[in-house]
Design a protein around this ligand. Sequence first.
Ligand SMILES: [Zn+2]
Ligand SMILES: [Zn+2]
Length: 231
Amino acid sequence: MKKSNNSLKAALFPRKCFICGDFTVSPYCLCDECSTKFNMIYETTCKSCGLTVNFCQCEEYCYHFESVVSAFKNEGAPQKGIYALKFGGKIDTANYYGEILSQIISKKYRGIDFDVITEIPMTAISKRGRGYNQAELIAKVIGKKLNIPHQSLLKKRMFVKTQHNLSRDDRFFNIFGKFKIANGVTIRGKRVLLCDDIKTTGATLDEAARILRLAGAKEVWCATALITYKF
Ligand SMILES: [Zn+2]
Ligand SMILES: [Zn+2]
């Protein structure tokens, strides 16, 4: 594209697509062409773990949360978008994932009256380094769309080894005891909607749900932008 052409486009279309980088009028910063690469999960999924039947391992694990719903598989363009949000500073991307997740939550969690929406926290140091917590941004978008009050209920303790290179069982062990309830929040008797960007094994969501339940939450329901199938 020529430079003059580029600046004209920039004047007309104030946003750039978070996948291809081209100019777009989309309020979600996703151009029409790239939006076709975002295929929502359409198969029937396990009500507990959010995976399709072939991948569900719920006979081996009993979670502290009620259920997980996710928008996309953790691959391709949806994964690229989450990386842009997490590592590329493209915070507008949260609007897109929040919008799609709101639609899914309205459908799959229909009739459930949530008292509060919250997110998996980052450590204070990590959040300061990035400038934001992407899960919190998504949770706030959903809260606004679905009229659920947002509150950051959890804190993450320092010095948690990253989960990337750990086996499934080690992930549950590694994250155990790493969350605590934020000061001054009341959780007793509440029905909580817990958000995160990616569900991998469910260890992080499970530990957060365990702590919320210990603090008296009535139920914890989860929603993640992406879900990993092959772990
Ligand atoms: Zn695009
Ligand atoms: Zn399952």
